[in-house]
Design a protein. Sequence first.
Lengths: 379, 267
Amino acid sequence: MSEYNNKDLAAFKDVWVFCEQRQGNLMPTDFELISEARRLADELGCKLYGLLLGGEGIGAKAKELAGFGADGIIVCEHPLLETYTTDGYTKVIVDTVKERKPEVVLFGATNIGRDLGPRCAARLHTGLCADCTHLDVDVPGYQQFLRGASTLDEARIGGLDTALVMGQKHDVSHDLKMTRPAFGGHLMATIICPRFRPAMATVRPGVMKKAPFDEAKANAAEIIKENVVLAESDFETKVLSVEKAAKKLVDLVGAEYIVSVGRGIAKDVDLGIKLGQQLADELHGVLGGSRVVIDSGWLSADHQVGQTGKTVHPKVYVALGISGAIQHKAGMQDSEMIIAVNTNPSAPMFEIADYGIVGDLFKVTPMLIEAIREIKANK
Amino acid sequence: MKIIVCVKQVPDTSGKVAVKPDGTLDRASMLTIINPDDVNAVEAALALKDEYGCKTVVVTMGPPPAEKMLRTIMAMGIDEGILISGREFGGSDTYATSQIIAAGLVHLGIDDDDIIICGRQAIDGDTAQVGPQIAEKLGIPQISYAGDIKKEGNTITVKRMLEDGYMMIQMKTPCLITCVKELNQPRYMSTYGIFEAYQKPLAVYDYNTLKDEPLIDPETIGLQGSPTNILVSFTPPLKGAGTILEGADMNTCKTLAKILDDKHIIR
C-alpha cells in the first residue's frame, strides 16, 4: 500500500456508496444512493462502486445493488461483520478507503450511517456533511438547481463556480457540492470539502429517487472481494442482541399517500386518530403525526413526520389540524400535493398547501371520506 | 469516576427563525436555549450521580455568554462547568470542534471509569457528528442513540435505538454515549440549585490553556482546521400559495374529492 495522503487530491477517484444491511437485508437507502450516485460518478467521469460489509455470504446481495447503476460492488465479508458495530465497520471501511482511495463516499443518514460516517471521517481526517438532501458535481447543473431552490440572485449564483478557500480562489468544478437544510429547513447550505479526500456525506433517507432496476447492469457489475483483516481484539463494543420492534412499524418513507394528524385532534384524540386512519385507508395510505402527537403519546414514534421524525415525499399529504411548524414542514414540504384542514386560516400549513379547507377536522374529515366513497361507488 | 456531559447552546428555532438578507442566520435576534437532546444528556448524568454519588462536569464550546447556560445546568445539579472559548476556535466545523472539545477533555483528564454523555444532535446544525468524532479523537468506544443506560462496575450496557427496533450493546469505560429524548424525563432546576450554581467551580479553557495539548494545532482547529467549507447558504423560496376551498361543507369536500379523482388518486 502506497503512503496515504488525504491532501493529494489527484490520487483519489471513483464514487462509493456504503451499502447498509441489517440481518442480511439491504436497506432502501442503498438503492436510493446508488441511483443518485450514478449521476455524480458520470459528472466526475469516474466509476461508481457499492461498498457492502457483512457476514459470510453477504456477497450474494451484490447484484441486487448493482442493478440500480453501480459499475461494481466491493464486498467485505467476515463473520465479525455480520452485525453492525461502530469499531468493526469503521476499521474495515477506513482500511478499504486507504487502500483504494475513493474520491467520494456516501452513507445513508440512518441511525447506523450517522454513527459510522462521523467516526470514519474523523479517523481519515476528512470532511463529512450530515444529512444531505441534494448533491451535485457539475457546476451548471448545480446553478440550475439553485435557480429553483433558492432566493439567491443570478449574479450570486453565477459566481458560485469558485469559492474562497484559505484565502485563495478555488475552482469548485471537481468538488462534490453537498446541500443540506439547517434550522428546520429555514436555511439551506451547500458544503464542500475542497482540501481533503474523500469528500464524505450522509444522505437523508427517502429524498433521492430510486432508479429502475436494470438486469443487464446487475449482471455486468464487477464484484471485488476485499481481503478483510479483522480480529476480536479490534472490538471495544459487544452486541448482545438485535431486536426488531414487536409491532409492525408504519412505513412513512415509502408511502405514496399520507394523512397526518396534529394538535387539532386534542379535544378528542381517539376520534381524531380514527378519522385520520379512515381517510388514510380510503386513499390506500398510512397515518402520520406531528411532533406534539408523538410527544403526547397519542401515536408511536414511527408515525412522526418532520425534522426529528421522517422526511416524506408522498404523492398526497393531508395535514389534519397541523399548524405547520417549520420542523414539521421540513419533513413534508416536498410532497407532490399538500392538502390542509385547519380551523385557523393563518396556520402556516396553508402557505404551502395546494388545497386548503378552513374548518374543523372533526366535521370536514367525515364529509371528505363520504365524498370519496361516493366517487368510488360510482366507478 | 466522573460523568462528563457535552452540551451546546443553540438558537431557539421553535419560534421565528430570523435570516439576514445575505442568507446567514441572524443569531443576535434569536433567543438561545440549551440544545434539547443535551438536556436529556444532563439528566442521564444526574441519574448516574444519584446512584453512584460520582462527580459530574458539564462542558461546552462557545462564546463567553454560554457561561450562563452552564450555570443553568449546574443549577440542575451538575457539579462543575467548563467553557471552552477562544477566537482561535471560531469557524470550526464538526471535525475541528470535536478536536478542540476532545483536547479540552484530555486537559481535564479522563480516568478509566469515566463516562462522557452527549445529546444525539443539536437543532441548529442537526449533524449528530460531534459526539462520535470526540470519541474517535479520544480513541474510546461510543454508543449513539441511547434509549437506556445501565452501569455495572466498568461495564456499560446501552439500548441503542434503531429505526426498526434496537440493539443491546456493551462496552467498558471510558466511553462515550449519545442519547435520544426517549432516554429520560429531565428534571427542573431547584431554587436551592440556582443559588448553589453560582458557588460551583467554572473554568474557562481558552487557546492558551489548550495549546500544548497534542490534539491542538493550527491545522486541526478553527476555520483553517476545518475540512469542510460553506460554499453558500441560502433561503428556499416560498412555495406559491395554493387554493383555499371556500366553506367547510359537503360541497367543498365533494369539490376536493373530484380534484383527487381527476388526478387518479381515488382508486
